[in-house]
Design a protein around this ligand. Structure first.
Ligand SMILES: [Zn+2]
Length: 279
């Protein structure tokens, strides 16, 4: 098992994300990363898709049907699965993750820093303003990584979503926000790879030209997935869309976690190395 960093770029649509991911695309070109086109689940909204990404379950099963459902997750998730195996979890992310995996409702004045807690996210730094700078978010993540040496670390930035809502997916501001997030990542990826981390970069949903997401159109649901891991043969797997439900089981396999009931088998993801022994 190698430690894993999960980067969630909120609302980073497939085409705009890809068009601004110079360094990640380079890693695909030189055979260091695998890239997939992901067909996102519905509704293409944040809180439901956070739960889908972390549990591998569709909304009709996990019940977080829109952003207003404010409660803790009822299902095994990547954080709780890690904790049950004695692995260390950490996250720098939007406060909805705290509500889903540590408890709701979130109190910003007392719960911004949850370090050494007993929630599913053992070490968390949470923000609640959508314009919390991505630059600070990635620095928060580095603090968690250096201080607590987590086995599973989630970094979740929000500025792409913010600018998409403000100006729409065709705007220079949305593209610039995607490019800026990718630049932050490019500064971090070489060190992460040198230190042997497995890395997953993806999004919860996309964005349309009107500045909305939630529906079933291609623009609102299609997102990229980049994977750096010995489990994934580097290359481009973009011809056919893969299900977003495969991301949680992929991370389970990366971390040697037993796949809970209801989670799909990751084996339908193209480009996987042959499975080793697992429970
Ligand atoms: Zn949004």
């Amino acid at each position: 098992m190698q430690k894993t960093i999960f980067v969630l770029l909120d609302a980073c649509r497939w085409d705009i994300g890809s068009a601004n991911a110079g360094y990640l695309e380079h890693l695909v070109e030189v055979g260091r990363a695998a890239k997939y086109q992901v067909r996102g689940e519905l509704p293409s909204m944040s809180r439901p898709m956070y739960e889908t990404l972390m549990t591998g379950l569709p909304v009709s099963v996990h019940g977080i049907v829109n952003n207003q459902v404010c409660r803790r997750s009822l299902h095994p998730n990547l954080f709780s699965l890690c904790r049950s195996q004695g692995l260390v979890t950490a996250a720098a992310c939007y406060f909805w993750m705290s509500e889903l995996y540590n408890g709701a409702p979130f109190d910003p004045l007392s719960q911004r820093f949850q370090l050494g807690g007993d929630g599913d996210i053992q070490h968390g730094i949470f923000y609640w303003e959508d314009l919390y700078p991505d630059s600070h978010l990635y620095a928060d993540g580095e603090f968690l990584r250096h201080t607590y040496d987590p086995d599973f670390l989630l970094l979740h930035s929000m500025n792409i979503d913010y600018w998409g809502h403000q100006r729409g997916s065709d705007s220079r501001e949305y593209a610039a926000a995607a490019g800026a997030a990718m630049e932050h990542l490019a500064r971090l990826l070489p060190a992460w790879m040198d230190e042997g981390y497995q890395i997953v970069v993806t999004a919860d949903h996309g964005m349309n030209a009107l500045g909305h997401h939630g529906g079933p159109t291609w623009e609102q649901r299609t997102v990229p997935l980049y994977v750096i891991s010995p489990l994934c043969v580097p290359g481009r797997y973009e011809e056919e869309e893969v299900s977003q439900l495969l991301i949680a089981p992929l991370v389970c396999r990366m971390l040697d976690l037993s796949r809970p009931q209801g989670m799909l088998r990751e084996s339908s993801l193209p480009g996987l190395e042959a499975p080793g022994p697992r429970p």
